[in-house]
Ligand binder design. Structure first.
Ligand code: C2E
Ligand code: CA
Length: 591
């Protein structure tokens, strides 16, 4: 094979020049092809170069194309161009077996110049293309990111405003919608209704059948509410609490109808995990003009109203009642004022004598708390004790009563008679407090009152506790010598047999039994009451308990109580509650 045929193979096999060219440019940039493919490509270009060198007329455009093709084939670096120019200049003519005279004088230079120009242009175009596609890719990526962001925002917003269990709107969304219903444009003259719904005894389902069944029941209730009340916003506020927003009501009845539909929907039996469950609900309804109300007002009112529905036995709706609400608020305000009143010394104690029916001696006195209220005047315990028990404020108040009663009783020393004991009422909450024993022991120690001169009055219900602790605590106190009386006996469980096991020293028989003794002795009902009292007294005595009759208002009652063997009496007949000084004036009133 001669030099010429070696450099320009008709069959496209790479000749010596194409191979040398390939060697020169390989490694100058990344080439997505094998060495053989590169050689093949360069052989084609070599063929066209050699043709261009000799063809008539000379056409430099061939150079541009070759430059462009090199770039297209990724021989696309300044280095690659340099090596190309070099190898063509040095070897092309020789390798093709051409002599300089065969080629017109300046053709080689012009051809190389056009290769370089084509190469540079193609490289520039490619760079522009790349920049463009990068720009376009960036745009696409940004659009995608924005869409993803919008989607995840929507998802996030849905999650933030819906309850995951039932899929209902949650408190956040409800609050937003309620605010809009009260305050939105064109709403000023609207009316609005809120139905606050809570399942009755849902806790029993949860506790007895498990939380999973409870959850499914909630889902089923939610579905039924949504289906029935679809036109109104139904939200789950948490637990078994749901709320329905009734917008643009024309009158209270609009909201009542919604509540009735909700109660019916809830009361349908639900099949959950093979259990057929029937639940009921209570609903508090508030319906009023939007003017002059706020979301907080509305929800607070709906909440109170719901509690009224519950307190009335559940399975019903109840309508908000402004008067009732005001009374409750006043009661609450009174209760909330207890701590301040304690600090300002607004409470004081009256004492009512406990008189022995045998000899008329005042053997003890019950401490009864009173409140000298700066605004409402003298308040009887009935107006604040109940609420103080509910709120727990009875603990500090009762603590004060105990300390004050012991402090005062320690100073009693009536002439010619043993000092009476002081009898202090203990609320259920106080009896159930773990620190009771210590509190009593501390007070006795501080005041110097002997334990035998303190009596604690507890109700039957305080004793009838599932936990042993209260009874144990009273047992410890009884062992110290403190007297324990059951207050208002007969109004609660009235179970004598359990008294045997309790650390009790005395029964105080409720005034209502004693009231029967006011009627003439030959009245049959009165005779029955007397017989009941008589057997109660003898049973108590068999258990070594003393009996005090409460509410003794007449000499006749006192007489009959004495006759049946009752030990002690308390009541207006023997002395109204009053300051301790009065109690001590006549310690021993002859029977
Ligand atoms: P209670 O323990 O049954 O106290 C007797 C109540 O009957 C007293 O009412 C007393 O004034 C009244 N009373 C006394 N004799 C007669 C009578 O002959 N006829 C009539 N109709 N009533 C009579 P008060 O002082 O209003 O006390 C009411 C209740 O408040 C007490 O009932 C007691 O449960 C409770 N209470 C009073 N002070 C305290 C206290 O310091 N702590 C606790 N936890 N409760 C107290
Ligand atoms: Ca009492």
């Amino acid at each position: 094979m001669d030099e010429r045929s070696d450099g320009a193979t008709g069959a496209g096999q790479p000749g010596a020049f194409a191979r040398a060219w390939a060697r020169a440019v390989s490694g100058t940039s990344y080439l997505p092809m094998t060495q053989a493919q590169l050689e093949e490509l360069l052989q084609r270009l070599t063929d066209r170069l050699s043709e261009a060198l000799v063809s008539e007329p000379f056409d430099p455009r061939v150079g541009y194309q070759i430059g462009a093709e090199l770039v297209e084939a990724h021989v696309a670096s300044a280095e690659g161009l340099g090596r190309t120019v070099e190898v063509v200049q040095l070897r092309l003519l020789r390798d093709l077996g051409l002599v300089a005279e065969d080629v017109e004088e300046d053709r080689m230079a012009r051809l190389l110049a056009s290769v370089a120009t084509g190469y540079a242009r193609a490289l520039r175009d490619r760079t522009l293309d790349e920049q463009e596609s990068i720009r376009r890719a960036a745009m696409v990526a940004r659009a995608q990111a924005e869409r993803a962001l919008r989607e995840s925002e929507a998802r996030f917003r849905h999650q933030a405003t819906h309850d995951p269990l039932t899929g209902l709107p949650n408190r956040t969304l409800f609050t937003e919608r309620l605010a809009a219903a009260l305050d939105g444009p064109g709403r000023a003259t609207d009316r609005v209704g809120v139905c606050f719904l809570d399942l009755d005894r849902f806790k029993v389902v949860n506790d007895s059948l498990g939380h999973q069944v409870g959850d499914r029941l909630l889902v089923s209730v939610a579905d039924r509410l949504r289906l029935t009340l679809g036109g109104h916003l139904v939200a789950r506020l948490g637990g078994d609490e749901f709320v329905v927003l009734v917008e643009r009501t024309t009158c209270t009845d609009d909201a009542v109808k919604v509540a009735e539909a909700a109660l019916t929907a809830v009361s349908e039996p639900a099949l959950v995990d093979g259990h057929e469950l029937t639940v009921s609900a209570s609903i508090g309804i508030v319906e009023r003009p939007v003017a002059g109300t706020s979301p907080v007002d509305l929800m607070r009112a709906a909440d109170s109203t719901l509690h009224w529905a519950k307190a009335a036995g559940g399975a019903r709706w109840t309508l908000f009642d402004a008067d009732r609400n005001r009374q409750e608020l006043e009661r609450w305000a009174l209760s909330a004022a207890i701590p301040g009143a304690l600090e300002r010394g607004e409470f004081y104690l009256d004492y009512q004598p406990l008189t022995s029916l045998r000899d008329g001696v005042v053997i003890g006195a019950e401490a009864l708390v009173r409140w000298r209220h700066p605004e409402f005047g003298e308040l009887r315990p009935d107006s604040f004790i109940g609420l103080a028990e509910e709120t727990g404020l009875i603990v500090p108040l009762g603590g004060w009563v105990l300390a004050e009663a012991c402090r005062e009783a320690a100073t009693w020393s009536p002439a010619g008679a043993p000092a009476p004991f002081v009898s202090v009422n203990l609320a259920v909450r106080q009896v159930h407090r773990p620190g009771l024993v210590q509190e009593v022991v501390d007070v006795l120690e501080r005041t110097g009152l002997p334990p035998g001169r303190l009596q604690l009055e507890v109700t039957e219900s305080a004793m009838m506790s599932a936990v042993e602790e209260p009874v144990r605590a009273l047992g410890v106190l009884a062992d110290l010598g403190v007297r324990i009386a059951i207050d208002d006996f007969g109004t609660g469980y009235c179970n004598l047999s359990y008294l045997r096991d309790l650390p009790v020293t005395e029964l105080k028989v409720a005034g209502q039994f004693v009231a029967g003794l006011r009627a003439p002795a030959d009245d049959p009902a009165s005779r029955t009451d007397e017989r009941i009292l008589a057997s109660l007294v003898s049973l108590a005595h068999a258990l070594e308990l003393t009996v005090t009759a409460e509410g003794v208002e007449t000499e006749g009652q006192a007489e009959r109580l004495r006759a049946i063997g009752c030990d002690t009496a308390q009541g207006w007949h023997f002395g109204r509650p009053g300051p301790a000084a009065r109690l001590l004036e006549h310690p021993a009133r002859p029977a």
